[in-house]
Ligand binder design. Structure first.
Ligand SMILES: [Zn+2]
Length: 467
C-alpha cells in the first residue's frame, strides 16, 4: 500500500498522484505541466510509474493541468478505466483535442524551422489528435456527486462538488485495512465560495489522510462586490465614449462567468441595454454549450434563471463568432462593443488581432480578468509597456488598461482552512498544487497534524501513515 506523488509537487501544474491499495493502482489526475519550454520538457519525462500497470484514473476536473497528459498515458500503455463526472468528461474531450491541435501545430512549426536551418528532423508532438481520440475510448463510468461507487472490490469512491469549474470534484476513497475503515481525501482544485454559476465546495468527511491544493494558501482574495463594481464601471465608461472593450478570455469557466455577469449587469441596469458583446472564441463557445447541457452542476440562483425559461449565459446583444470571417468582421466595429477572445494571457488566439486593432486608440479599454504569467503579452501590457510588438508590428498602448483581480476560481487561504478544519483534522496532510513558499506559509496554519510537502516522485508507505 503506497501513496506516490508524480506531479504538482511544490508546483502548480502537472497534477498526478498514485494510490496503491488492495492490489489496485489508482491514479488521481494526469495533468500537463504548463508554463514555458522547461515545462514542455517535463511533460516528455517518464511518468515515474508504468502506465500499463494503472487500473483506474480518477479525474477531479477538466483543466489541462489535471487531465492534459491522459493521451500520453494511453499512448504509453494505459488500458484501465477513466472515471469522472459527466460534465468533466465532456469538457476534458474539448480541452484535450484543443491541446492536441496546438501540439501538432507547434511540432510542425519546429520541424519547418529546423528545415530552414538545414536540419531535416521531424519534431513529434507529445501526442496527436489521433492519440487523443484513442484515449477517449478509456472513459468509463461517470460519477454523480455524492453517490458512492465501488470502483473495485473493497474500494469505494465518492465525488463531491469542489465548486472550482463545471463538473469539478474532490474525491473520497474508502477501503478497509485490518478491519478498520480508512478514508483518503483528494481535494482537487477548490473553488472560491460565493461565486456565480457553481455551488460552493462541499466539505469532505473526516479522513485519515488529506491531499490538498494550496494555490492561494498564503493570501486572501478581494470580495466580489468591489470587483463587479469596477468591472461594470470600466465597461460603461468605455462604451459611453464610443470605445471598445477587449476582454482576453479563458475559455473554460471565466468566459461563462463574464457572460453571466454581463447578463446580470444589463438586467440590473448597471450596463447599457443592448450592449453588443462578441464571444470570439470557438473553444469558449463550445464550452458554453457544454455548460448549457449540465444544469445539474449549477447553484440555486443559476438554476432559477434556467427554470424561469431564460439562459444564464445569453442576452439580446450577444454574438457568437465561430468562423474566422465573422471574427475579422468585428474589426469593423468602431465603437461601443465588448469583445471577448482568447487566449487569456494573449499568448495566441484571436485576441491578438483585436489588441492590434484597438490598443492604439485611447477611447478603447482592455480588461484583464485573470492571471497573467511572467513573459506573456498580457503581463507586458499590465506592467505598463508603452508599446508592444504584435505580429511583428510595434503597437502603441493608448487604451485604458484595467486589471480586475477578484474573479478567482480558487479558494483563498481562509476558505482552504475552513474546508480543511470543518470535518475535523486528518492524521496526515499532504500539500500539493502550490508554490513551495506558499505551501510553507500554509503548513504553519496546520500546526496540529503531520504535514508533508512531497517532492516529485516521492513515495510514502501507507502502513506507516495509517496507524
Ligand atoms: Zn483547476
Amino acid at each position: 500500500m503506497k501513496l506516490e506523488f508524480h506531479g504538482a509537487d511544490q508546483n502548480v501544474t502537472g497534477s498526478c498522484h498514485l494510490l496503491e491499495i488492495k492490489g489496485k493502482k489508482i491514479l488521481i489526475d494526469c495533468g500537463l505541466y504548463q508554463g514555458g519550454r522547461e515545462m514542455d520538457e517535463d511533460n516528455a519525462e517518464p511518468f515515474g510509474f508504468e502506465p500499463s500497470e494503472i487500473d483506474y484514473l480518477l479525474l477531479t476536473h477538466a483543466h489541462l493541468d489535471h487531465c492534459g497528459r491522459i493521451p500520453l498515458l494511453v499512448k504509453q500503455g494505459f488500458s484501465g478505466e477513466i472515471i469522472t463526472t459527466a460534465a468533466s468528461c465532456e469538457l476534458a474531450r474539448l480541452v484535450l483535442l484543443d491541446s492536441a491541435h496546438l501540439q501538432e501545430e507547434e511540432a510542425q512549426y519546429k520541424s519547418r524551422k529546423a528545415s530552414r536551418h538545414g536540419q531535416h528532423v521531424e519534431v513529434k508532438p507529445l501526442y496527436s489528435v489521433v492519440d487523443t481520440l484513442n484515449s477517449f475510448g478509456f472513459m468509463g463510468r461517470t460519477a454523480s456527486y455524492n453517490e458512492t461507487m465501488e470502483i473495485a472490490s473493497g474500494i469505494k469512491a465518492t465525488f463531491i462538488d469542489a465548486g472550482h469549474i463545471l463538473g469539478s470534484a474532490s474525491i473520497i476513497l474508502e477501503f478497509e485495512v485490518k478491519g478498520k475503515l480508512r478514508k483518503i481525501v483528494f481535494s482537487g482544485d477548490l473553488g472560491y465560495k460565493g461565486r456565480a454559476i457553481l455551488r460552493d465546495p462541499c466539505y469532505p468527511p473526516k479522513a485519515d489522510i488529506v491531499v490538498m491544493e494550496t494555490t492561494y494558501g498564503d493570501r486572501q482574495h478581494k470580495t466580489l462586490k468591489p470587483t463587479l463594481d469596477e468591472f461594470y464601471t470600466a465597461v460603461t465608461e468605455t462604451v459611453r465614449h464610443g470605445g471598445n472593450v477587449i476582454i482576453p478570455t479563458f475559455a473554460l469557466e471565466r468566459a461563462q462567468e463574464i457572460l453571466y455577469y454581463i447578463r446580470e449587469g444589463i438586467a440590473d441596469k448597471r450596463l447599457p441595454d443592448y450592449l453588443p458583446v462578441f464571444l470570439d472564441s470557438p473553444m469558449a463557445i463550445s464550452a458554453t454549450e457544454i455548460f448549457q447541457r449540465h444544469p445539474e452542476c449549477f447553484d440555486k440562483e443559476t438554476c432559477q434563471v434556467f427554470k424561469s425559461g431564460r439562459d444564464p449565459f445569453s442576452f439580446p446583444g450577444l454574438h457568437f463568432t465561430r468562423q474566422t470571417a465573422d471574427s475579422m468582421a468585428i474589426n469593423n466595429v468602431t465603437g461601443g462593443a465588448v469583445i471577448m477572445a482568447g487566449s487569456g494571457m494573449c499568448t495566441g488566439g484571436r485576441v491578438k488581432h483585436h489588441l492590434k486593432h484597438n490598443l492604439w486608440n485611447p477611447r478603447n479599454a482592455v480588461i484583464f480578468v485573470g492571471y497573467a504569467a511572467q513573459g506573456t503579452l498580457a503581463r507586458r501590457i499590465i506592467d505598463g509597456a508603452e508599446t508592444v510588438k504584435i505580429f511583428g508590428e510595434e503597437i502603441q498602448v493608448q487604451a485604458s488598461i484595467y486589471t480586475i483581480g477578484g474573479f478567482s476560481a480558487h479558494a483563498d487561504q481562509s476558505q482552504l482552512l475552513d474546508w480543511y478544519h470543518k470535518p475535523g483534522e486528518p492524521d496526515v496532510t499532504f500539500l500539493v498544487h502550490g508554490e513551495k513558499e506558499v505551501m510553507q506559509v500554509f503548513a504553519k496554519k496546520l500546526e496540529h497534524t503531520r504535514v508533508e510537502i512531497p517532492g516529485l516522485h516521492q513515495h510514502y508507505n501507507l502502513e506507516d501513515l495509517l496507524n
